[in-house]
Design a protein around this ligand. Structure first.
Ligand code: C2E
Ligand code: CA
Ligand code: CA
Length: 563
């Protein structure tokens, strides 16, 4: 009886292993393969019999052997499965595939008598990850580094400057009247001109310098190792001369000019400089160069700090705005792509400023976040959005659920779960009708503590998701580790989704949609503006989307239609 149970058990195990896409390998004490699961055929192209009796090491990429050897003692001395990390194994066709591996020591178990390797093929994930990292750090049009990568270099450059005691310069370059080129010659010519500007900038600078594209027609160079701050102005002069030489694009003669803001930091001061403030100040100097008549440069001096001060004038007004009820929520419908039915809506914050008119979050969120005012504002947003969604449901009108954006500050502050629970109870909205969004960057920045806070929030039964996916240092592994159940593809990936895959977004979007399905994450595409983008998304099986093509954000009343 016991024996036959065991046979059944073994058969069932055999069937399960046969079905599994994970590869299972067993190697004996001498390191020779004694068992291979059938999945090896698909994963590495070998017939299991071909590999039995050969050293398992031979399959592993030579560069990855040290990693494997380093964990070997841990595997030998532990009972349970040990994570080995990600290693490459050779496919029969000579290519290398990436595997995520676990190893379990069963040498003492007579029925196994070996070390069991569980290997899952993650090659596709790695490919998407590499593409995302490239995207996250570079500008797609010019291939130059973007702001994120620039900031990394700036931090390193400042440390070097402090150590060596020389000078670092930030040159903020803004093309003059570039809109005229776009309007006069068309966007394609404008794009080619930007590519040419990028090329010339790189040519003028030394290879150790870095130049990034940080906005439509804005470029920032960070150069260190100057003996004297005056060298920075000489460099600005050279950049200006090089950029002003006429370019011939598609048979058009195009001349651009540039305004440059220069900021220098010397020696010790570099050690305590705040990178973001440096960039802001170089930007302020660039503005003052423009105001002074364009095609010139201006060196930052403390007097320009006054410009920065103007921007913080909003601060006391922001504090008062909560009490004065100057905030409002707009809602943007989220639709099911198969039939266009509105399923949910995203709440988007607006500030009706008494004198400046309606302000969008981009104009005040940074400040609200820095000063912490985002916490009371966020609590108001949450309660207003839940009340609205509960009304829609009660009247059987409009969207069934509401998505609310959370800021890092709200998550870091203790008591987020309690606030959400109270707000839900007060509005009568069922938890699963509340979808909370945190940007990818914010989710990754929230440390352990916050992860606990998020788990507590999710335990209430609300949905938690990653906003702006693809804009941070994306690691797809994080998707598995974070307590999230939906994912919003950032609009930069959706722009220009076409049959011809201009810009290389199609493959990435297709892979993200597929990944979402594999990891059981609901995928929502943001910023759908054109019918062809919608069609491509549908063809990839992307389930949900939002964007101007369907509707932009509008007051709640616009969405209160019978379903
Ligand atoms: P988000 O969460 O990525 O929101 C989408 C933004 O894209 C919105 O800008 C929306 O108006 C805009 N948008 C929607 N469809 C399209 C489209 O088809 N094309 C284009 N070009 N844009 C589209 P908005 O309302 O200005 O919000 C900007 C950001 O401010 C949001 O980005 C979100 O990160 C943040 N935000 C908005 N409301 C709140 C809030 O209540 N709390 C917090 N913490 N952040 C908020
Ligand atoms: Ca959002
Ligand atoms: Ca977003």
């Amino acid at each position: 009886m016991v024996e036959s149970n065991r046979t059944v058990e073994r058969e069932r195990l055999g069937t399960l292993i046969g079905l599994s896409r994970d590869v299972i390998l067993v190697r004996d004490a001498a390191g020779l393969i004694s068992y291979c699961s059938p999945a090896i055929e698909v994963a590495l192209g070998y017939n299991p019999d071909q590999l039995c009796g050969t050293p398992q090491r031979d399959l592993v990429h030579p560069d990855d052997l040290p990693l494997r050897d380093a964990v070997a003692p841990r595997v030998l001395s532990s009972e349970g499965p040990q994570p080995i990390g990600e290693l490459r194994m050779r496919h029969r066709n000579g290519s290398w595939r990436w595997f995520e591996m676990l190893e379990t020591n069963r040498l003492d178990d007579p029925s196994v008598a070996g070390i069991v390797t569980n290997a899952r093929d993650v090659t596709d994930r790695k490919g998407v990850e590499a593409a995302l990292t490239e995207r996250a750090l570079h500008d797609t049009l010019t291939g130059l580094p973007n702001r994120t990568l620039l900031m990394d270099h700036l931090v390193l450059g400042l440390a070097r400057t402090a150590r060596r005691g020389d000078t670092l310069a930030v040159l903020y370059c803004d093309l003059d009247g570039f809109k005229g080129i776009n309007d006069g010659f068309g966007h394609d010519v404008g794009d080619l001109a930007l590519i040419e500007v990028a090329r010339r900038l790189q040519q003028t600078l030394r290879t150790s310098d870095i130049v990034a594209r940080v906005g439509g027609d804005e470029f920032v160079a960070v150069c260190d190792g100057f003996a004297d701050p005056d060298e920075a102005t000489m460099l600005a002069q050279r950049i200006r001369d090089d950029l002003e030489a006429p370019m011939s694009i598609d048979g058009n003669d195009i001349v651009v000019s540039v305004s440059i803001g220069i900021l220098t930091v010397e020696g010790q001061a570099a050690g305590s400089a705040e990178p973001i403030a440096l960039l802001r100040n170089a930007d302020a100097a660039m503005y003052s160069a423009k105001e002074g008549g364009r095609a010139r440069w201006e060196v930052f001096d403390a007097g320009l700090g006054a410009i920065e001060a103007q921007r913080t004038e909003l601060e006391p007004e922001l504090l008062r705005a909560v009490e004065r009820r100057e905030f409002a929520l707009y809602y943007q419908p989220i639709v099911r792509l198969t039939d266009g039915v509105v399923v949910g809506a995203e709440a988007l914050l607006r500030w009706h400023h008494p004198t400046r008119g309606m302000l969008s979050p981009e104009q005040f969120l940074d400040l609200a976040e820095r000063t912490g005012v985002i916490v009371p504002i966020g609590a108001w947003v949450l309660s207003e959005a839940c009340d609205q969604a509960a009304r829609w449901r009660d009247d059987d009108l409009g969207p069934r659920w509401v998505a609310v954006n959370l800021s890092v500050r709200q998550v870091a502050e203790s008591g987020l779960a309690a606030t959400v629970a109270q707000t839900l109870a007060a509005s009568g909205l069922p938890p699963d009708a509340l979808w909370l969004e945190l940007s990818e960057a914010a989710l990754l920045r929230t440390g352990h503590l916050a992860a606990t806070a998020l788990v507590a929030v999710q335990a209430l039964g609300v949905h938690l998701g990653m906003d702006d996916f693809g804009t941070g240092y994306a690691s797809l592994l994080n998707l598995q580790r974070l307590p999230i159940d939906f994912l919003k593809i950032n609009r930069s990936f959706i722009a220009n989704l076409t049959g011809s895959d201009r810009g290389g977004n199609n493959a990435i979007v297709a892979a993200i949609v597929q990944l979402g399905a594999t990891l059981d994450l609901t995928v929502i595409a943001e910023g759908i503006e054109r019918p062809d983008e919608m069609n491509v998304l549908r063809s990839y099986g992307c389930p949900y989307g939002q964007g101007y093509l369907v509707a932009g954000p509008s007051p709640a009343s616009h969405l209160s239609r019978p379903r």
